[in-house]
Design a protein around this ligand. Structure first.
Ligand code: PBG
Length: 333
């Protein structure tokens, strides 16, 4: 970084001059959060109720398809560019082979069709991973107690095709199998689905911060961990290799996840590759802010906006956040 020779020492230089009132702080702000930065993750369920509150995610409900359509309309009216869809399916539909993942009449396929026909202008991002569909809650197919990479990719590819045919605009593999981006892309091309975007969860870390999400999709009973496929939080260079591979395999956009504990990764990925880089402020980060607010330790809006701006500062193109609708309303007001 080069400094202007005009930056001098106190008392002639007083950085506080630029902070003395709101108008000048606004004028010189280097980063800004806008509604166009927000992706809103929502949960859908197949229970016979419009909304089912998620205990560990205060203010977030699992939605019926009709309710999801209503929310999609509101999100679009607020200017939110895209939704990210996650399913909570009936436990009786889960099995070892995750067959519900590629059911053309499954919950996600039906939700995609309903949202796309009602609000075609909103971007629809769908998670490609098997955890909501397996009996054990892992993101892949188990073979002799181990996650089998190729067998998993086979199912993921079928899942991605069904989602794409149902109207998903963006396929977002969050499974962390090796080579899945390339295989999914080949299958999409072979079907003539050449406009579908792939947002790869390229640098997804094994994290304690996914707890409330697993409650939301109903996989909290998962025994064991996901460390044989999700990344080790000790590693940085490995994230760059993962991103490089996924880009080479044709990912259009990449993601880093979780968010705040991995800001260094967001910054390195965005600086190194200069491709659209997203970050997921995950369920545990959301729950932590809510808990601090409820305990009286933090101002809600200040905490929310400060963390979201941190992602912009680190170079993120946008943020997946459960606060998206709330923040969009605030930004509008
Ligand atoms: C699963 C998936 C997870 C999240 C998004 N997709 C959880 C996991 O890997 O166990 C977490 C999102 C969040 O915590 O908000 N494929």
């Amino acid at each position: 970084m080069t400094f202007s020779p005009l930056v001098g020492a106190y008392p002639l230089s007083r950085p506080r001059r630029l902070r003395q009132s709101a108008w000048v702080r606004d004028l010189v702000a280097e980063h800004r959060l806008t509604v166009a930065d927000l992706i809103w993750p929502i949960f859908v369920h197949d229970k016979d109720m419009a909304r089912d509150p998620i205990r560990s995610l205060e203010g977030v409900d699992r939605l019926s398809i009709a309710e999801a359509v209503r929310e999609a309309r509101e999100a679009h009216a607020l200017g939110i560019p895209a939704l990210a869809l996650f399913p909570n399916i009936d436990p009786s539909l889960r099995n070892d082979d995750a067959t519900a993942a590629y059911d053309t009449d499954g919950l996600i396929a039906r939700t995609c069709r309903a949202i796309k026909s009602a609000v075609p202008e909103i971007g629809l991002i769908v998670d490609v991973a098997l955890d909501p569909f397996t009996s054990h809650g892992h993101d892949g197919i188990l073979c002799d107690g181990k996650i089998h990479n190729e067998k998993t990719i086979e199912i993921l590819t079928r899942q991605a095709l069904v989602q794409a045919e149902a109207g998903a605009d963006v396929l977002a593999p969050s499974d962390m199998m090796d080579g899945r981006i390339g295989e999914i892309r080949k299958a999409l091309e072979a079907q003539g689905l050449t406009d579908k975007l792939i947002l790869s969860y390229a640098a997804k870390y094994a994290s304690a911060f996914y707890g409330p999400f697993r409650d939301a999709v109903g996989t909290s009973a998962l025994k064991g961990d996901k460390k044989t496929y999700q990344m080790d939080s000790a590693n940085t260079d490995e994230a760059l290799r993962e991103v490089a591979m996924d880009l080479q395999e044709s990912a259009d956009m990449v993601m880093v996840k979780p968010g705040l504990p991995y800001l260094d990764i967001v910054q390195r990925v965005s600086e190194t590759f200069r491709v659209p880089t997203f970050v997921y402020q995950v369920s545990g980060e959301y729950a932590m802010i809510k808990a601090a607010v409820n305990a009286g330790f933090m101002d809600h809006d200040k905490g929310v906006f400060e963390t979201l701006l941190a992602f912009k500062r680190a170079g993120a193109s946008g943020v997946l956040t459960y606060f998206a609708k709330y923040v969009a309303e605030k930004l509008k007001g």
